[in-house]
Design a protein around this ligand. Structure first.
Ligand code: PEP
Length: 249
């Protein structure tokens, strides 16, 4: 059975003090014991958050990491240092990184391998833009994204990953995929995992939906059989909205 997960992606938002306040509101709330709550904060916040939070079921994530643990990579962030800060998950392949920073399939694969090596579990994002969807090529692209990066990992590595399906046309736009559209894509992704790694892996891997999830639409999305939770952007910046989404299963 796949774990239920709600992950908040704060992106490049909040001052450190605001992030701590937000995290504290979530930490002290009455959280459902069967939902893993993940806060993907900016790097600048992680040290402070680790000291404030870190208690199950709230996990701290990074929004990216590098492929190397140390060396001449000015401005990059080492996965082993993230681990040392108490980070347990990392978002890899967010569409903003794919498009603004031209991250290739191979680079994403290598980042996941580097994260897993130090004990950080990837949240691997995939998703199509509007043009691809309108051309009816969305399944083809998602299969390519997954096969070229995630499926390059071993069984034991994939077991530790979460997949997030995030249609780019729904991210930060206020337009959400319909529950039927989300379900169709999640079932498709699960079938890809089953074909490659077998039915048990497919049943147990959490597949999150991301793209304008709000308190008003989370319940319907999360009630779909193959939607195991959400990756939340904008609505994760407001404690009440995020808590309402966490309680939407
Ligand atoms: C995201 O950035 O991963 C995301 C889903 O953003 P939003 O919820 O704001 O659409």
């Amino acid at each position: 059975m796949a774990r239920k997960v709600v992950a908040g992606n704060w992106k490049m938002n909040t001052f450190v003090s605001e992030g701590i306040e937000l995290a504290n509101k979530i930490k002290v709330a009455d959280l459902p014991s069967d939902v893993d709550v993940i806060l993907a904060a900016p790097y600048t916040h992680l040290y402070a958050l680790q000291r404030e939070i870190i208690s199950y079921p709230v996990f701290i994530a990074a929004q990216n990491c590098h492929t190397h643990e140390s060396g001449a990579f000015t401005g990059e962030i080492s996965p082993i240092v993230l681990r040392d800060l108490g980070v347990t998950q990392v978002i890899i392949g967010h569409s903003e990184r794919r498009s603004y920073f031209n991250e290739s399939y191979e680079f994403l694969r290598d980042k996941m391998i580097a994260a897993l090596k130090v004990g950080i579990n990837p949240i691997f994002c995939c998703g199509e833009d509007l043009g691809i969807r309108e051309a009816g090529k969305h399944k083809e692209l998602i299969a390519e994204q997954i096969k070229s990066s995630l499926f390059q990992l071993s069984d034991s590595q994939v077991k530790k990953c979460i997949i997030a399906y995030e249609p780019v046309w729904a991210i930060g736009t206020g337009v959400t995929a319909s529950p039927e559209q989300a379900q169709e894509m999640h079932a498709f992704i699960r079938s890809l995992v089953a074909d490659k790694f077998g039915p048990e892996m497919a049943q147990n891997i959490s597949i999150l939906y991301g793209g304008s999830v709000k308190p008003g639409n989370a319940k319907e999305l999360f009630s779909q059989p193959d939607v195991d939770g959400g990756l939340i952007g904008g609505a994760a910046l407001d404690a009440d909205s995020f808590l309402s989404i966490i309680n939407s299963f």
